[in-house]
Write a protein that binds this ligand. Structure first.
Ligand code: AMP
Ligand code: TRP
Length: 322
């Protein structure tokens, strides 16, 4: 079977952050040159956390504009919105009936959320099954994601196996593509960058806000003259992702030698971040001012996705005997 690559990001905020960008989205653009690629705005998933009327629609539009600004093209990639193909919910049910409840309750993302939130909706429990349905509905074989999603892909493999065992081989065994270098991008406080920790730098926040966030990155308290350890420093760790090889080795030397304060290193980080993001930010503004154009691209993507989805659903129902 030839490879199909599938991934998705939740439209759960006004702007994606550098963790999403480096951990997953930047990679999609390279992958579209090598494989057939489907990229999804997973708005059903985001419904587990977005609860204001109208927000989901505007966040989805912003995320689609982000994908286009990053360089996904409608000719190389099927870019679409999850809710345009509601069959994914039907498949979620068929898969849920094959999957043990205990495994869902033990999922790390679910446990984390249950600890943090007072009210946990059942959508959060079903989240991995809906994700498995996303992947299996299109029979994707490779799934590029950040390291935090590894367990969800393992669950997808498991439910695929269970379904195939019971009803005959219908689905592939998708494998995660996780980049070792960008597996987990640290946030301002050194923990994983995340919307829920409020330690993120948004791709489309104002330049002023990005600068002030970079200045807030937590470091140790070593003085200007002291030698510093680049390997344990959050500023340096982010710098690695935006600077050239030469720039990285130059900054590493300055850290080790001493004589460079964290303030200066942060301004250097800010410079390279803006250098990379500026063209993307410009394109994003372009697409955000053309909502009709973005909507048309999503609709065309949905048309192509629907053809694959309906074919799979026909096979699934025949296999189950429904
Ligand atoms: P989400 O916004 O949770 O839908 O995440 C979208 C994608 O970004 C997923 O593939 C995540 O694994 C990835 N991602 C989110 N946060 C980070 C991070 N701090 N480091 C690396 N990847 C991340
Ligand atoms: N759960 C993923 C995240 O939070 C988003 C997602 C939903 C996804 N469906 C997917 C990622 C299918 C890859 C493939 O990041």
């Amino acid at each position: 079977m030839s490879d199909l690559v599938f991934s998705g990001v939740q439209p759960s905020a006004a702007s994606v952050h550098i963790g999403n960008y480096l951990g997953a989205m930047k990679w999609f653009v390279k992958l579209q040159e090598q494989f057939p690629l489907m990229v999804c705005v997973v708005d059903f998933h985001a419904l587990t956390s977005v609860d204001k009327r109208g927000e989901l629609r505007s966040f989805s539009q912003s995320l689609a504009a982000t994908y286009l600004a990053l360089g996904l093209t409608k000719d190389s990639t099927i870019l679409f919105r999850q809710s345009d193909i509601p069959e994914v919910c039907e498949l979620t049910w068929y898969l849920a009936c094959q999957f043990p409840l205990g495994l869902l309750e033990r999922a790390t993302a679910f446990k984390d959320k249950r600890e943090k939130q007072e009210q946990v909706n059942s959508g959060l429990l079903f989240y991995p099954i809906l994700m498995a349905a996303d992947i299996l509905l299109y029979k994707a074989t490779k799934v590029p994601v950040g390291a935090d999603q590894k367990q969800h892909i393992e669950m997808t493999r498991e439910v695929s196996e269970k379904f195939n065992y019971r009803f005959g081989t219908t689905f592939p065994q998708p494998e995660p593509l996780i980049d070792k270098k960008t597996g987990i991008i640290p946030g301002l406080d050194g923990r994983k960058m995340s919307k829920s920790y409020d330690n993120f730098i948004g791709l489309f926040e104002t330049e002023k806000v990005i600068e002030s966030k970079v200045k807030k990155i937590v470091t140790d308290s070593k003085g200007v003259d002291e030698s510093k350890d680049p390997e344990t420093c959050n500023v340096f760790s982010l710098y690695n992702h935006f600077a050239t090889e030469d720039e990285i080795s130059e900054l590493r030397e300055s850290y080790l030698k001493g004589g460079l304060g964290y303030g200066t290193a942060k301004m250097e980080l800010f410079r390279v971040i803006m250098r990379e993001l500026s063209p993307i930010r410009e394109k994003y503004t372009y697409y955000m001012s053309r909502p009709r154009e973005v909507e048309t691209i999503l609709e065309q993507g949905a048309e192509k996705a629907r053809i694959i989805a309906l074919k799979t659903m026909k096979e699934v129902k025949e296999a189950i005997g429904i």
